[in-house]
Design a binder for this molecule. Structure first.
Ligand code: SF4
Length: 369
């Protein structure tokens, strides 16, 4: 189950997520609404057949929740659903909104994995992004998480940022890897519609080759520190892959709660009302806040499984790709070219992208759609 917590203290320039300002009383209204949504989901006829293997609180900034508020949400999920004993329970945290005491409270409520939004360790770049922490604050938050007993700790970084050169990126990557995180997510900056930068533009972006160099530095440095590159943007120590995100990449089912959250149940993809006040109102009126639902056709489903599966180092069964290529000679020829250039490789009965292929994957994914 994914639970979206929309509030942020400030909107970051690059962000296109569904966020809301934290105003007086808005967290209380949200908490009432999301618990009502969990009740309504739990009362659906098929809910008793669900076993939740992971819970992921994402945002927004879930770490704006006090420990008791987070515990109330998790308790409500456990009251309405069968949560497996060793479920992975992750909370996304921003460095400036955590303390050791808060994180100990999170752990006491059952949280066993934290994802810390560091993004950069450059004190000139961080405020430009709109972040509220500095490099020292990021390190302090990491140590607070370890001191609170978090043994499964992920760091988020971004490359391709305005003002970031290869030297700066190399220093940041090497420092973060020196902290020995269990998991690392590193996303290249994209100027998405819906972000402030997407609308207004931003100066100082590195050249494309610089971004490629930043990608390769990370891939090599992570490997040297024993992290496996198991998904285009994700690295993990052995045994520390994100179980929750693997559900997405395997195109498996997941429930979603919270404003704008998207779920996938049976063959149906659904998404919730985005605006937080409206979301709260719909639930106050006693209805599920579903804004749209779509049943995927077999072709859409196959394309989605290919695109998501090829994001991972495990790839997809070769038969899936063969089914997609059936009758499409042009695409088959282009796939053969990818194989010839060692961007795509066959391993036993599966096909997967190489690290060079990951870098170019967007071009392939457009073709497979
Ligand atoms: S990047 Fe994170 S903290 Fe920044 S606005 Fe988006 S959700 Fe909020």
């Amino acid at each position: 189950m994914y639970v979206h917590v929309p509030f942020c203290a400030k909107r970051c320039g690059y962000c296109s997520f569904n966020t809301a300002p934290l105003e007086d009383g808005s967290m209380v209204r949200y908490l009432e609404a999301v618990q009502r949504e969990i009740d309504l989901l739990g009362a659906l006829p098929w809910a008793s057949r669900i076993r939740l293997g992971t819970i992921f609180l994402g945002g927004g900034t879930p770490s704006l929740m006090e420990a008791e508020e987070l515990a109330a949400v998790l308790d409500r999920i456990r009251a309405r659903f069968d949560v497996v004993a060793d479920a992975e329970i992750t909370v996304e945290c921003n460095p400036e909104s955590v303390t050791r005491a808060k994180l100990e409270g999170y752990r006491a409520s059952g949280v066993n994995r934290l994802s810390l939004g560091v993004q950069s360790l450059d004190d000139a770049i961080l405020p430009r992004l709109g972040r509220l922490h500095d490099a020292r604050g990021a390190r302090a938050a990491f140590e607070a998480a370890r001191d609170a007993g978090c043994a499964n700790l992920s760091i988020d970084l971004m490359y391709g940022l305005p003002g970031l050169d290869l030297d700066g990126w190399t220093r940041a990557v090497d420092r973060v890897l020196g902290w020995r995180p269990d998991h690392l997510s590193a996303y290249g900056l994209t100027l998405d519609a819906g972000s402030l930068w997407g609308a207004a533009g931003i100066d100082g972006l590195p050249a494309e080759q610089d971004q490629i160099d930043q990608y390769w530095h990370l891939a090599r440095a992570a490997a040297a520190h024993g992290l496996e590159h198991y998904e285009i943007s994700n690295y993990a120590r052995p045994g520390f892959r994100s179980r929750h995100n693997q559900i997405y990449w395997h195109a498996a089912e997941y429930l979603a709660a919270g404003p704008g959250a998207c779920g996938f149940v049976g063959r149906v993809r659904y998404s919730n009302v985005k605006a937080t006040p409206r979301y709260c109102q719909v639930l106050a009126d006693g209805a599920l806040p579903v804004a749209s639902a779509e049943e995927l056709s077999p072709r859409q489903r196959l394309a989605e499984r290919l695109l998501l599966g090829l994001r991972t180092a495990d790839g997809v069964p070769t038969t899936w790709l063969e089914t997609r290529l059936d009758g499409d000679r042009g695409l088959r020829q282009r796939i053969e070219a990818w194989r010839a250039e060692a961007l795509l490789v066959d391993v036993a009965d599966r096909v997967r992208l190489t690290e060079a292929g990951f870098l170019l994957s967007d071009a392939l994914f457009v073709e497979l759609l």
